[in-house]
Design a protein around this ligand. Structure first.
Ligand SMILES: Nc1ncnc2c1ncn2[C@@H]1O[C@H](COP(=O)(O)OP(=O)(O)OP(=O)(O)O)[C@@H](O)[C@H]1O
Ligand SMILES: [Mg+2]
Length: 301
């Protein structure tokens, strides 16, 4: 009997997530056996035993764990496809499942090589300290060891900011675990299309009735960032997902410390301009300077 509803999992197509770029189409892995047909050492291509049991406590998400989180040591992780390939890493759709339950996760994996946006990366991380000066030098010199270190540092930064944001009540995917350069987080699904990722804000049309409420959620999230003393640093309609009526902020490794980074306020200002320009272009005029001033006021209140 197949574990999956609807029978043969190998033939189950994944829903297309509606992205317009060619590289964002989910590529299904076929030939995947059902969970209860998997013998001990016969994992299929794209399958592994759940890494949860081997993850140190500090590398697991904050408690209380959400009800959907699977801790079972016998669970299997199955890679279902790729959500997005990027310059610095890729995001995969992974299912963690036991015979009884399953949860979809997004796996963001940073790549050590081809770390092309180096100068930009250094502007973001100014004010952050790496523990080992040898690592710092290697990153600066962009050696292959340095690129590996940078991948670990960016994964670690994203993990830290995801946790901080989650704990501050900012709507981000729940951070499940970090394992080296791989972060597993809650998969933000499109409530209308099973197994499809929520669309990016960018995909919403001008007359979408949800836009005013989404702006309110964004302004609230930006205020919470400011209260934490950080700015997202790369806020755009591409880094915001829309799950039904809910706005979710993603892609946080480059968050900047507003006090520790001399360019911190410039990044915050740019975030305000990007988002106000986007909403204004969609027919909802928003004033970037007013937003920036109100965020500064919350920061220093
Ligand atoms: N938790 C998630 N749930 C659903 N989809 C996600 C999730 N995280 C990322 N994605 C999808 O993967 C895409 C890329 O994610 P993200 O922006 O974090 O990675 P990136 O490598 O920084 O990409 P980019 O360079 O395009 O910004 C997102 O636009 C979104 O479509
Ligand atoms: Mg992104």
């Amino acid at each position: 009997m197949s574990y999956y509803p609807g029978g043969d999992t190998a033939a189950t197509p994944l829903a297309f997530n509606g992205f317009d770029e060619a590289d964002t189409r989910l590529k299904t892995r076929r030939g995947r056996p059902a969970w209860n047909e998997t013998a001990q050492d016969e994992l299929a291509d794209g399958q592994r035993y759940s890494t949860w049991p081997s993850i140190e406590k500090g590398c697991r998400g904050p408690k209380p764990y959400p009800s959907w989180l699977i801790e079972d040591a016998a669970a299997l992780d199955t890679e279902l496809g790729i959500l997005k390939t990027g310059k610095e890493g890729d995001v995969f759709l992974v299912e963690r499942a036991t015979e009884a339950r399953s949860a979809l996760l997004a796996a963001k994996r940073y790549r050590g090589r081809e770390h092309l946006q180096f100068s930009r990366s250094q502007a973001y991380s100014e004010g952050r300290s790496a523990r080992r000066s040898r690592d710092n030098r290697a990153v600066k010199n962009n050696s292959s060891y340095g690129r590996e270190v940078a991948a670990l540092q960016w994964a670690s930064a994203e993990w830290t900011y995801l946790r901080r944001c989650h704990e501050a009540g900012i709507p981000v995917p729940y951070p499940v675990q970090i394992d080296g350069t791989e972060i597993l987080m809650e998969f933000i699904a499109d409530p209308q299309i099973p197994r499809a990722a929520a669309p990016r804000l960018q995909q919403l049309s001008r007359n979408d009735p949800r836009l005013p409420a989404l702006w309110d959620q964004l302004a609230d999230a930006m205020e919470k960032f400011a209260l934490l003393g950080i700015a997202h640093g790369d806020l755009s309609a591409y880094n915001l997902l829309v799950a039904g009526d809910r706005l979710v902020v993603i892609d946080v490794p480059q968050c900047v410390d507003l006090a520790g980074n001399v360019q911190g306020l410039d990044f915050l200002h740019r975030d305000c301009v990007n988002m106000c320009d986007w909403f204004t272009a969609k027919g909802l005029p928003r004033d970037a300077e007013a937003l920036f001033t109100s965020l500064l006021a919350s920061m220093f209140a």
